[in-house]
Design a binder for this molecule. Structure first.
Ligand SMILES: Cc1ncc(COP(=O)(O)OP(=O)(O)O)c(N)n1
Ligand SMILES: Cc1nc(C(=O)O)sc1CCOP(=O)(O)O
Ligand SMILES: [Mg+2]
Length: 204
């Protein structure tokens, strides 16, 4: 299990629950290192069986299973970790509750915030959006220079997100991104496994 490579994130519309496990397995076969469940609407009770199956699937492929926002759900299903942002539960409390698990924190365009989050125990930080995101159209665009600035001062891995495609990710990886987090470009691909393999080639 590694904090490097392709990080795929589920989406209530693009990975509907009746197709999600099949689609995620294709991404894992294609080499995804991390899978995040991102669901803003459904109840924990509805999500628990999916989380358990996703976690088992991830572990079969030596990948990491992360839950977005919902720390209590992550704990209930013993996920490998959580991802939180500015509007989510407090980082210090989350670190306390999720000792031994991976904690990823969104830092948007701020290296200063990333340094603080590293200090508070984040295992990786995420910057973005780098391009207009079909999933989060209101997300602010941040300059690519934040990646190289972050890499100069951070010890923990840097994840990039927001409007990423195979074509536009190469430049971000060359600037130092350790993880490339993707929703639309992976799940709308005609062949999800092949699309993931294309991302993996960018890291070689
Ligand atoms: C890997 C990764 N990076 C960033 C985010 C965004 O988190 P956040 O800002 O909390 O926004 P929401 O995803 O919760 O809408 C993420 N989920 N994953
Ligand atoms: C969940 C998320 N967070 C973002 C941020 O900028 O912090 S952008 C984003 C959505 C990423 O989806 P897509 O690959 O479809 O653009
Ligand atoms: Mg969040």
């Amino acid at each position: 299990m590694k904090l490097k490579g392709l990080y795929v994130i589920t989406d209530e519309k693009l990975t509907p629950y009746d197709k999600m496990l099949d689609m995620v397995e294709k991404a894992l076969k294609g080499g995804a290192s991390i899978v995040q469940l991102r669901d803003k609407n459904n109840s924990d009770e509805f999500l628990i069986p999916y989380c358990n199956q996703l976690k088992d699937l991830c572990h079969k492929y030596d990948a990491i299973f992360i839950v977005n926002d919902r720390v209590d759900l992550a704990l209930k299903v013993d996920a490998d970790g959580v991802h939180i942002g500015e509007e989510d539960p407090d980082v210090v409390e989350v670190r306390e509750k999720t000792k031994g698990k991976i904690m990823g924190v969104s830092c948007y365009g701020s290296v200063e915030r990333a340094l603080q989050m590293q200090e508070l125990g984040a295992d990786y930080v995420a910057f973005g959006s780098f391009y207009p995101s079909p999933t989060k159209p209101k997300s602010r665009i941040v300059p690519k220079s934040v990646i190289s600035e972050a890499k100069k001062v951070l010890k923990i891995p840097v994840c990039v997100i927001g409007g990423l495609t195979v074509e536009n990710s190469k430049e971000l990886i060359d600037l130092g991104a350790d993880l490339v987090a993707v929703i639309s470009d992976v799940w709308t691909a005609p062949d999800v496994e092949k699309r993931c393999q294309e991302y993996l080639k960018l890291f070689k």
